[in-house]
Design a protein around this ligand. Structure first.
Ligand SMILES: NC(=O)c1ccc[n+]([C@@H]2O[C@H](COP(=O)([O-])OP(=O)(O)OC[C@H]3O[C@@H](n4cnc5c(N)ncnc54)[C@H](O)[C@@H]3O)[C@@H](O)[C@H]2O)c1
Length: 336
């Protein structure tokens, strides 16, 4: 990408839905970035998004936007099944891409765009924003500095305050691919490669999850290549807010990231904390930081991470966890 260092980076933004509108709000305040076109399958959504960033164009034509002469970079926040095709179109046009997680529903589609990006030498970053949350970044620094010693255990909880729509659930790939993939990405990022997965799932929140061939309550056991063990607890409804917690323990110490508002009350009369209600408030700063980092990498011509290979690693674990839900058996994973 060749732009004058002082010139704003010109962006086409595709997918103005639940998360896309939030990213557009963040982009509206981001220096050095100008959204010139917002695209959505529904023109009214594209127009709503364009109004947020004061973009000159709103359309229903992703390929037109990707190939527009005044577009330097493509950002994608459409449903997961559409990611590979849109990423491929942007790569073919030679335009760097940031795309929401997961990169694809299938590993074959993910591999296709990974190879295309390598062939065209186009940077593609996938949006695992938790890595950019300051508390997770600090945990990573502590682990890398050896403060926890050799890692022995990984524990994570990811439970939505309320489920997304059943229409979304049906296209999401299921709870492991849509939601727990964030925890699998962190497990890989913080601890290392995973060699075996075993899942249990139930439908306890809404019978509609049966119809979507999904579960709303899940536990996934992980075995890491270094022998450490992990457990990820997932769900689609709490009565105590959006509950995201991660704990890593090693030979020397234990460390955890938790939103205090999400912890159940201890009933001792302590003042009530207002819990986070969704990813949008819990990770508000992380979403800004990940996009600011992406644009910084483009300006400095460094490679943004997590890239497609990183996203394939967490997708591989998520697919194994989904397979284990169906078969009830342990699924082993080959190391690269
Ligand atoms: N990182 C996170 O925390 C996080 C949170 C939520 C969603 N997501 C991811 O973001 C993506 C979108 O999720 P969402 O909840 O915003 O979904 P959504 O259904 O609310 O929004 C998707 C939007 O894309 C539009 N769309 C669909 N196909 C399109 C196409 N081919 N071209 C242009 N527009 C199209 C739809 O009309 C809709 O407005 C998913 O991949 C999801 O996994 C990530």
């Amino acid at each position: 990408m060749k732009t004058h260092p002082a010139a704003p980076i010109s962006v086409a933004f595709i997918g103005a839905g639940r998360i896309g509108l939030m990213h557009l709000t963040n982009l509206s305040r981001m220096p050095g970035v100008r959204v010139v076109e917002v695209v959505d399958a529904h023109l009214a959504a594209a127009q709503q998004g364009a109004a947020i960033v004061d973009a000159p164009r709103a359309s229903t034509n992703p390929l037109g936007a990707i190939n527009a002469a005044d577009v330097d970079v493509v950002l994608i926040a459409t449903p997961t099944a559409t990611h590979p095709e849109l990423i491929a179109a942007a790569i073919t046009a030679g335009k760097p891409v940031w795309c929401e997680k997961p990169v694809a529903l299938s590993l074959a589609d993910a591999a296709t765009v990974r190879d295309l990006a390598a062939q065209h030498n186009v940077p593609v970053m996938i949006g695992y924003m938790r890595r950019f949350d300051e508390r997770y970044a600090q945990l990573k620094r502590r682990i890398d500095a050896g403060e926890l010693g050799a890692i022995e255990r990984f524990r994570a909880v990811s439970i939505d305050a309320a489920p997304p729509s059943l229409a979304f659930i049906k296209t999401s790939g299921g709870i492991c691919i849509d939601m727990l993939i964030h925890d699998f990405d962190l497990a890989l990022h913080l601890v290392g490669p995973i060699v075996a997965v075993h899942s249990w799932g139930s439908v306890l929140v809404d019978p509609g999850f049966y119809d979507a061939d999904d579960v709303d309550t899940v536990m996934v056991m992980l075995k890491f290549a270094n022998g450490a063990l992990g457990v990820v607890e997932g769900g689609r409804r709490t009565t105590w807010g959006y509950d995201i917690r991660t704990e890593v323990s090693g030979a020397l110490a234990r460390a955890f990231v938790a939103a205090p508002g999400a912890m159940p009350s201890d009933g001792d009369g302590a003042p009530a904390l207002v819990p986070d209600q969704s990813f949008a408030n819990r990770f508000v700063d992380a979403y800004v930081s990940e996009l600011a980092y992406f644009f910084r990498c483009l300006r400095e011509q460094t490679t943004p991470k997590p890239d497609i290979a990183d996203a394939m690693a967490s997708l591989r674990v998520a697919r194994a966890a989904t397979e284990s839900l169906r078969t009830g058996t342990v699924v082993t994973l080959e190391l690269d």
